[in-house]
Ligand binder design. Structure first.
Ligand code: IVH
Length: 684
């Protein structure tokens, strides 16, 4: 084969793989390459293409690397332009805005304008056209004049009606506008799933919502449980209203979701109360808002005020302090995690980001530092999105003085001094020493954490002490603790110790899924642990499973399968399992729980707060009896179990006519469970 032929083959091969990887990432959301692997292939392809322009066959995935496939969406000309809003960052700016309006309207000082205050939802604005009450087209904002046609995707969003409820005088045509967004809960669920499947996640709710909405395949959008709230109107014919407040009421009557946190305010004094109130209340919302939108209620006044360039004069966005702020990187430290991964962490000059003081931010790994070119001494932008660990977004290059120092990954573990390893093709550098104190500490903290064995009362400091004194050498030793051993710990009185011992005892019979998760097997998160537990039923079955058995399970990929077999094949892990059994850890085998299959084919959605059972236990019961526990309500849901303060899911079930059970009804339904199993989760 000539070198030319060889390169041509490789080029074609690379184009195919990268094309597949792009599709997997952007369209199917099931990436099969690690970031670093993907980047390496793209670099190789670019290099080949540059060296051989004669081999340029026209289309190459390098043309679209990093950009979502946008030619998938046809352009849509909006009936009326989609405007943006001017911002205010202080009450003084709000007052200036009001004064300008008063002057234009010729109102005398002291007149109170009627406003409507709404939350400024941080999602994507969409415009949905209803003709004769039927949803005919939906578009993104685009440049405000032309958007992208996302009708098929919008149709999959469950809270958006395909037709408006009939009332007399419905509009012939109306562009309904609002925001599509993801709840924090959904965002976490999607990211957990992506993390397990692919190791890539969305940075924040807004990105995740955008990624979910601009999908080529509406099936993917359908699985994302997007939500929408509507708050304004575009082009209308055959209908009119006179106030923003009436518009919102009409939307509700048509069956369109609107935000319930809306307040009519007379004058700026009332507006400012609303603004202050939501500055703290926003933390309790299950979605992101970045401010409050204040609108003049009267449409008559709105028309009189008009707009300047692309923003109306009659509305303004009061923005809360940004969740992105600048600060200085004092130095870069390295942390060692439970898998031995060395994570560089930026130690920052402390700053308040959205009301929380941030002094550290993860830099993920060496490649990431080089990609962002973060140096010690740099001024950087840090962001905190919801519950997510703060991270460095970018370096403010203009602030460089030349005195910044580049970061060099240490050659040895900063904790135990063992030479570190970096497997080619992986972005992560690891400490290979299983006995590394940092790894042991982290593994143990993970083992006792709430999502794992849930041993309350054994904190970081205690674990540090127990490991340092050698009282505890592995997680099985936790079960050999007694009051004398605990008495040696700082701040551990008799009462605390006896409660801790009770908690340790109780953890012996946690469900199998919790134990599997607690073991800290790489790539096995909570969800995959639960899948493995239901599939294998007992720890013994799982232990003896082959990679082939494992990879055959729906939702368990090859990487996970290999990781599980590799874990169990290590003698020290095998010994640990034996020891755990010896000290009395008896996970509730899922097989033992499989008392019957009487819920086969039935799906349950739990919502609100359950008081007698934990939600996880209730879901475990459903699964143990062959049923499915799901997080979203659809026509196919068999039952919705509504606990206290159930919200939108309950409403949805009512709308769809899905049978609703109280927690008591549910317990009654599964009542024979108690007699069938010695260790019923219902006893707890
Ligand atoms: S009113 C002419 N109301 O904020 C009126 N916008 O920064 C235009 N937004 O593009 C919008 N919540 O995507 C309005 N309650 C709300 C909103 C809201 C979020 C978004 C919208 C708009 C952007 C302007």
């Amino acid at each position: 084969m000539t070198p030319q032929q060889h390169e041509l083959d490789r080029l074609n091969e690379l184009r195919t793989i990268i094309g597949r990887a792009n599709r997997a990432y952007y369209v199917d959301d099931a990436p099969f390459l690690a970031d670093s692997e993907y980047d390496a292939l793209v670099i190789e392809l670019r290099d080949l293409e540059q060296r051989h322009p004669e081999l340029d066959g026209g289309s190459s995935p390098t043309d679209q690397v990093g950009a979502p496939v946008s030619q998938a969406f046809a352009p849509v000309l909006h009936g009326a332009p989609m405007l943006s809003l001017d911002n205010a960052f202080s009450l003084a700016e709000l007052a200036a805005w009001e004064q300008r309006m008063m002057r234009l309207l010729g109102l005398s000082a002291g007149t109170d304008i009627e406003y409507v205050c709404e939350l400024k939802i941080d999602g994507l604005s969409v415009s949905i056209l209803y003709e004769d009450g039927n949803l005919v087209r939906a578009a993104t904002r685009g440049d405000g004049t032309t958007g992208e046609d996302i009708t098929a995707n919008i149709r999959t969003i469950k809270c958006i009606p395909h037709s408006l409820q009939r009332h007399t005088g419905n509009p012939v045509k109306i562009e309904i506008r609002g925001e599509v967004f993801l709840s924090h809960q959904e965002f976490a669920r999607i990211n957990a799933e992506l993390e397990e499947r692919a190791g890539r996640t969305f940075a924040n709710c807004r990105n995740a919502a955008a990624g979910s909405l601009r999908q080529k395949d509406p099936q993917v959008t359908a699985q994302r449980n997007l939500h929408a709230l509507f708050y304004t109107v575009g082009e209308v014919s055959g209908w009119s209203v006179n106030e923003q407040s009436t518009l919102l009421k009409q939307y509700r009557d048509w069956g369109l979701p609107t935000n319930s946190h809306v307040r009519k305010c007379k004058g700026l004094a009332e507006v400012s109360k609303f603004v202050d109130e939501w500055e703290t209340r926003k933390e309790q919302l299950d979605y992101d808002i970045d401010g409050v939108v204040i609108k003049v209620d009267s449409f008559h006044l709105q028309r009189e005020l008009g707009q300047v360039s692309r923003a109306p004069r009659w509305a303004i966005a009061y923005k809360y302090p940004a969740l992105q702020v600048r600060t200085k990187v004092e130095r870069i430290d390295v942390q060692v995690g439970r898998t031995g991964a060395l994570t560089p962490v930026a130690i920052l000059a402390p700053v308040a980001v959205g009301g929380v003081i941030v002094s550290r931010a993860t830099l993920h790994n060496e490649d990431e530092i080089h990609r962002k070119d973060v140096r010690q001494g740099d001024t950087v932008v840090v962001q905190r999105a919801g519950e997510v660990i703060p991270e460095v977004v970018e370096v403010v290059a203009g602030e460089r003085t030349g005195l910044e120092r580049e970061f060099v990954m240490p050659q040895t573990c900063p904790i135990c001094g063992t030479p570190v390893v970096r497997v080619p093709g992986e972005a992560v550098t690891r400490c290979p020493n299983h006995a590394c104190p940092a790894r042991q500490q982290q593994s143990m903290e993970h083992f006792v954490s709430r999502a794992a064995m849930d041993i309350e009362g054994l904190g970081t400091r205690h674990i540090e002490q127990l490991l340092a004194t050698g009282v505890v050498r592995d997680v099985a030793d936790i079960y050999l603790l007694n009051s004398e051993k605990l008495a040696t710990l700082d701040r551990m009185g008799e009462k605390l110790a006896s409660r801790l011992l009770q908690n340790i005892e109780a953890s012996k019979t946690r469900p199998l899924s919790k134990l599997i998760f607690a073991l800290g097997i790489r790539h096995i998160g909570e969800r995959s642990a639960s899948i493995l537990a239901s599939h294998f039923g007992t720890l013994d079955n799982l232990r003896h499973a082959t990679a082939k058995d494992l990879a055959g399970i729906h939702e368990i990929g090859q990487t996970m399968a290999d990781s599980v077999t590799a874990w169990f094949s290590e003698p020290r892990h095998s010994e640990l399992i034996d020891k755990l059994i010896l000290v009395g850890v008896r996970p509730q085998d899922s097989a033992a729980l499989q008392v019957s299959n009487d819920l086969a084919g039935k799906s349950f959605v739990f919502t609100g707060t359950l008081t007698k059972l934990k939600r996880e236990q209730a879901e475990e019961i459903v699964r143990a009896r062959g049923g499915r526990a799901s997080s979203s309500v659809s026509r196919n849901t068999s039952f919705v179990v509504a606990g206290d303060a159930a919200g939108s899911k309950l409403e949805k079930a009512q709308t769809l006519g899905v049978p609703i059970l109280s927690e008591e009804d549910f317990i009654e339904l599964v009542g024979n469970y108690n007699s069938a199993s010695a260790q019923s989760p219902l006893d707890v």
